[in-house]
Design a protein around this ligand. Structure first.
Ligand SMILES: Nc1ncnc2c1ncn2[C@@H]1O[C@H](COP(=O)(O)OP(=O)(O)OP(=O)(O)O)[C@@H](O)[C@H]1O
Ligand SMILES: [Mg+2]
Length: 363
């Protein structure tokens, strides 16, 4: 089994700075959990504490309800894959795959069987006699995964395994890791700062900031219902558009005087003169001829810049003294300087309190 219970774990590297500030997380057997957050938020530290590569300053980690705080890494029934692959350069791929098993004194017939199995699964059987230096980045990455898989652990820990690969290979490997999880049916805790990787891979996404968990849940739940401004802007590309406003009667009044009807679902939780932040994702603000929206507000805006992306285009405009991006799901080109009407879908707009940065409650 591969159930993990993390109870109030803290990591203090230096006297007055905590890298991890009391994390609580229950990870189910066979679950794929992704820890995501900006650089330095404590993702690797958390993973390294699970692996036993880092002491826990306080708190408890249990695997299948057994306390493992002081259990050495080799007895934890885990395999870890790092960003840097960490293959042995002087050993062949086959020897790299066998290495851990030989150390653990697994019998040679079993080793042969597992290496064959994993090299077929990952399609690396052609390279078994080569040294790592003679493989591409993606092939090396697969060997690193193979080395983790042959050990048949109950838990896999991945720390940014794809970040050294180019964009195309990352997408391919992302798909392969997802397939692998379905095949292996094991618990995976995966660390990344890439929100697309997090969204696409995870059964459950855990958004971290500054040593703490901000929000956890199914990727789309967290994406659609972010609890605060940080989560709202961290997930999604381009990041959510934001503009400061003040509640004025039934409106949100932006800094440039624009008035937006308060979306009905927020009405009961706002007070007159409350300082808020209005948020809308790029695909929920579109030029009028693409709008097919029931509940909207529209403004005439000048296109400041355009980015044709092939399948879609981004248009830059100013709304409420902030720069907004409007995403058209069309490859239409719009000359800079063009004035056009933009429609904002109010059913997909967000409101945050400016004092707390929390999402305003809905009815
Ligand atoms: N060995 C160490 N000694 C002292 N401080 C450390 C050590 N390792 C990490 N830190 C600090 O702990 C904090 C969390 O670091 P951590 O490596 O866990 O972040 P991360 O979320 O993995 O970031 P990244 O996305 O950049 O890999 C950072 O402020 C970092 O500087
Ligand atoms: Mg890290």
């Amino acid at each position: 089994m591969g159930k993990i219970s993390i109870r109030n774990i803290v990591k203090e590297y230096n006297k007055d700075s905590l890298a991890v500030k009391g994390i609580n997380l229950e990870i189910k057997d066979k679950e794929f959990v992704v820890l995501v957050g900006p650089s330095g938020c404590g993702k690797s530290t958390t993973l390294r504490m699970l692996a036993g590569l880092e002491d826990i300053s306080s708190g408890e980690i249990l695997f299948d309800d057994v306390l493992i705080n002081d259990l050495p890494p080799r007895l934890r029934d885990i395999s870890m894959v790092f960003q840097s692959y960490a293959l042995y350069p002087h050993l062949s791929i086959k020897e790299n795959l066998e290495f851990g098993l030989k150390i653990s004194k697994v019998n040679p017939i079993e080793i042969e069987k597992r290496v064959k199995e994993v090299s077929e699964m990952l399609e690396i059987n052609e390279y078994l006699d080569r040294k790592p230096a003679f493989l591409s980045g993606g092939q090396r990455q697969r060997v690193a995964m193979g080395r983790a898989i042959v050990r048949h652990p109950n838990i896999f820990l991945f720390d940014e395994p794809l970040s050294n690969l180019d964009a195309k290979l990352r997408t391919k490997m992302r798909f392969e890791i997802k397939q692998l999880h379905k095949k292996l049916k094991k618990t995976i805790v995966y660390v990344t700062h890439d929100q697309i990787e997090a969204m696409t891979l995870a059964d459950r996404i855990v958004v971290m900031r500054d040593g703490q968990i901000e929000q956890e849940g199914k990727p789309l739940d967290v994406f659609n219902k972010p609890i605060n401004k940080f989560v709202a802007t961290f997930l999604g590309s381009p990041p959510m558009n934001l503009a400061n406003g003040v509640i004025y009667k039934n409106f949100i009044k932006l800094e440039d005087g624009k008035l937006i009807d308060i979306p009905l679902r927020y009405k009961n939780h706002l007070s007159e003169k409350q300082k808020v932040i209005f948020g809308v994702r790029a695909d929920s603000i579109v030029p009028n001829h693409y709008a097919n929206i029931v509940n909207y507000v529209s403004f005439e805006e000048t296109v400041i810049e355009e980015e044709p992306l092939g399948i879609e285009s981004n248009l830059y405009i100013n709304v409420g003294n902030s720069q907004f991006i409007s995403r058209m799901n069309h490859a239409e080109t719009v000359p800079v300087g063009t004035k056009m009407n933009f429609f904002i879908n109010l059913d997909k707009a967000y409101l945050f309190d400016r004092a707390t940065n929390l999402t305003i409650k809905e009815n």
